[in-house]
Design a protein around this ligand. Structure first.
Ligand SMILES: NC(=O)C1=CN([C@@H]2O[C@H](COP(=O)(O)OP(=O)(O)OC[C@H]3O[C@@H](n4cnc5c(N)ncnc54)[C@H](O)[C@@H]3O)[C@@H](O)[C@H]2O)C=CC1
Ligand SMILES: O=C(O)[C@@H]1CCC=N1
Length: 267
């Protein structure tokens, strides 16, 4: 079993650890979680994860070192672990938005193997869409990272210059789709359902829509055509949404998000 150290146990770091454990990729004791203050990590300790507030020590026995701090926290982490990584034995996986493999190798050394990964928080339940990329990693290392993230969702290998786009579409995308589900449930309340029921109905309907595309391998419009009866209520609702800029707002949001993702490290 590979030993993994996750530097930065916040939202995505913990989601990754929980997902890997839930899908039996490794045992809890194979994962070390680091954070500046580990006093509030009782539930993680109870699950059996190792905890550390010393990044340099925590990476010593790791096969895979995952960087999961905020972009503005990265330089401090790289200073702490600089010189302690064994290039031939250890692999660095960064999930940090806006930071290239080259940015990391510039500080850690050109011989260090770095792969970028962009998962989303559904990784906690094994349902992430994770994009991976590297400008130099060996096929062996890319296969290793693919195997890791396939345990907790779907994986697509992309060119590194598309990584900020993947951030917007897949990582931020979780929030965008969640907001659209909330909007649907709010509409449901206006037309007569209690909030709890409206949310349940909206969630299951959204899941059904996504599963239709996944299982039928079809295009959204061909599934929409099956719902829109002539002169019916679906097309009336859809067109009203479009007149109010639904698709346009979604597209503009994704574009701005991608633009912002590209500047997170440099700003
Ligand atoms: N939240 C998400 O859905 C996703 C986030 N990302 C990326 O992952 C990174 C982390 O994001 P979040 O988990 O949302 O942020 P977060 O703020 O929840 O987590 C960062 C964690 O790093 C810890 N930390 C800060 N400095 C540290 C240090 N020197 N040593 C050890 N731990 C330290 C903080 O205490 C915190 O727990 C960001 O770069 C973000 O762009 C990528 C994909 C999805
Ligand atoms: O909002 C953010 O900056 C991070 C990156 C992707 C998801 N959350």
């Amino acid at each position: 079993m590979p030993k993994i150290t996750i530097i930065g146990s916040g939202n995505i770091g913990l989601s990754l650890a929980k997902g890997l454990l839930a899908k039996a990729y490794c045992q809890a004791e194979d994962i070390t979680l680091t954070r500046r203050n580990i006093k509030q990590m009782n539930s993680e300790a109870e699950r059996g994860f190792k905890l550390s507030d010393n990044n340099r020590e925590a990476i010593l026995r790791a096969d895979i070192i995952v960087l999961a701090v905020l972009p503005q926290q990265l330089n401090q982490v790289l200073e702490q672990i600089n010189g302690a990584i064994i290039a031939e034995q250890q692999l660095v996986v960064s999930v940090i938005s806006g930071v290239s493999c080259k940015d990391i190798r510039l500080q850690l050394g050109d011989d260090i193997q770095v792969v970028r990964a962009m998962p989303n928080t559904a990784i906690a339940i094994g349902q992430s869409m994770t994009c991976i990329a590297s400008d130099h990693a060996t096929d062996h290392h890319m296969a290793e990272v693919t195997r890791l993230f396939e345990t907790v969702g779907a994986v697509v290998t992309i060119n590194e210059d598309l990584m900020t786009s993947a951030t917007a579409l897949c990582a931020c995308g979780i929030a965008f789709f969640l907001r659209s589900i909330r909007a649907a449930s709010q509409g449901g309340v206006e037309i007569g359902f209690h909030a709890h029921d409206a949310l349940k109905m909206a969630v299951q309907t959204a899941k059904g829509a996504a599963d239709l595309l996944l299982q039928m391998q079809s295009h959204p419009e061909s599934e929409i055509d099956k719902v829109t009866s002539p002169k019916g209520c679906t097309i009336a609702g859809l067109n009203e949404m479009e007149h109010n800029g639904f698709s346009s707002a979604f597209i503009k949001g994704i574009k701005l998000s991608a633009e912002r993702a590209g500047g997170l490290y440099k700003d």
